[in-house]
Design a protein. Structure first.
Length: 475
């Protein structure tokens, strides 16, 4: 146990013993509220007696279909309830108001006011009607394979159509962040839905756990997109080794960062007949991230003036942080930039962004440096997809949701089309799909938080678009 965790555990015990049994009982129960971020995010804490004169808790994030999240410490001291979640790097501190309200602050990188009310209602997981359920009209096989030179082991699922092959085939490549073979996010399994639709259409489909996730070995946190491209090459070779696969009709489908990795693999391979880019980048990533930040801030109701002011700070921080590995020096430099930026920024804008105090300046500087100095982020932010897109010689379908606020459709599709015109790809289609978000869901608010609130996992319109293109250009 780490020292800080040990200290927290000891503090939890001491403070719990100091509180009376009656006062602790007032905190027991289910408490629900909404974080004012990205359109609203429900949070629930379930607090109960730990059987040793103290408290224990679990947490739910119903909008993200996350339930029973571990809370490492729960204690009451000086009239304040504190709950800590180490893995999520999150905490909640609150004061009990009456016997049915907790008024406090939720911290996870930034600080957010969070009022919770005691409730007798237990949140339930949202429905996912598209998630495939057996029995399937095709073969589904759990497989494992290795890359000896990388010292990595991979776990995957391959689905094979009925009948006599060989069949056209496709490898699915996940987006950013550690994800399992179904690209599971907020209770949705987009790749399970996509694989089901493709296999029913006569394609062999391989979907793979990211390194360090599920049955795949390795450390995700120490890897970059270039490493994930090596993983994709390994998986492609495994797919091509299967006797059910038509080697002349095998391709890649990449979503988000996977749509960046697919061209990296295809540009240097004669084995790739086609690629499908789902919300893949078509412009330099530093520009893409600036657009993404702006779109998310606008969706959160931040004014154009405040959004532009923040982007000025963000771009300056990127230029400062990326050339150095010295976190301490970088934080000091960015803190200086934040202070100078604040002096030149209107007070109303600072208040709107929550950056009006010296304390918040230090926090935003530290947050930006920690984010930008990660190995993956450094590679990602410096990446330009254009040379790889221009080097393609296979068939290409590029799709983007009109309402995507993570990879903006207009600029990225334009970038992809411009690059493909210079490539050796003779067959390509670039298309924006109306009303769809980054996950290709039919959205309403079209915020990131809404991903988990929607029952639809993958738009049937998008699935039909993919299968129709494959039927016309690959089969």
């Amino acid at each position: 146990m780490k020292i800080k965790y040990l200290i927290s555990a000891i503090a939890s015990l001491i403070f719990s013993l100091a509180a009376s049994a009656q006062s602790l009982a007032n905190y027991q129960g289910s408490w629900q509220g909404t974080l004012n971020v990205a359109g609203g995010l429900k949070i629930v804490f379930h607090i109960k007696d730990n059987g040793n004169n103290g408290l224990t808790a679990t947490a739910d994030s119903p909008d993200q279909s996350a339930f029973g999240l571990k809370c490492d410490t729960t204690w009451v001291a000086a009239g304040l309830l504190t709950i800590e979640m180490y893995q999520l790097k999150a905490s909640y501190t609150a004061k009990l108001v009456g016997d049915s309200v907790l008024d406090g602050t939720f911290k996870q990188g930034a600080e957010f006011p969070l009022v919770l009310k005691k409730t007798a209602t237990t949140p339930v997981a949202r429905k996912r009607p598209q998630e495939p359920k057996p029995p399937f009209p095709y073969k589904s096989e759990e497989v494992e394979y290795d890359n000896a030179s990388l010292g990595l082991h991979y776990g995957a699922t391959i689905t094979i159509p009925p009948g006599k092959g060989p069949f056209p085939a496709v490898l699915l490549i996940t987006g950013s962040g550690p994800q399992n073979r179904d690209e599971e996010i907020m209770g949705h399994k987009p790749f399970a839905v996509l694989a089901d639709a493709l296999t029913r259409n006569g394609f062999v489909v391989l979907r793979v756990d990211d390194r360090g996730v599920g049955k795949s070995s390795g450390q995700f946190g120490n890897a970059t997109s270039a490493d994930f491209a090596d993983d994709a090459r390994t998986s492609l070779q495994y797919l091509l080794s299967r006797p059910e696969v038509d080697r002349k009709k095998t391709g890649l489908i990449g979503h988000s960062e996977g749509g960046m990795i697919a061209p990296m693999v295809a540009a240097s391979s004669k084995d790739v007949d086609f690629i499908i880019l789902l919300a893949g980048p078509g412009i330099k990533i530093d520009s893409l991230m600036a657009e993404q930040n702006a779109a998310i801030l606008r969706k959160a109701g931040v004014s154009p003036g405040a959004t532009n002011a923040y982007l000025t700070l963000y771009k300056a921080a990127c230029k400062t942080v990326l050339p150095t590995n010295d976190s301490t020096a970088a934080i000091l430099k960015v803190k200086g930039q934040v202070d100078q930026w604040a002096k030149n920024t209107d007070t109303t804008v600072l208040n709107e962004l929550g950056l009006s105090s010296a304390e918040t300046h230090e926090k935003i500087a530290s947050t930006l440096v920690k984010e930008l100095q990660g190995k993956w982020y450094r590679y990602f932010l410096a990446f330009d997809p254009t040379p790889y897109l221009e080097a393609l010689h296979c068939k290409v379908l590029a799709l983007n949701g009109e309402k995507d606020i993570q990879v903006i459709a207009r600029s990225n599709l334009a970038g992809i089309e411009s690059a493909l015109k210079k490539s050796k790809s003779k067959t390509y289609t670039v298309k924006e799909l109306p009303g769809l978000n980054h996950l290709f869901q039919t959205c309403k608010a079209c915020t990131v938080a809404e991903y988990g609130q929607l029952e639809e996992t993958f738009s049937p319109v998008a699935l039909e678009e993919i299968n129709n293109w494959l039927n016309k250009n690959v089969k």
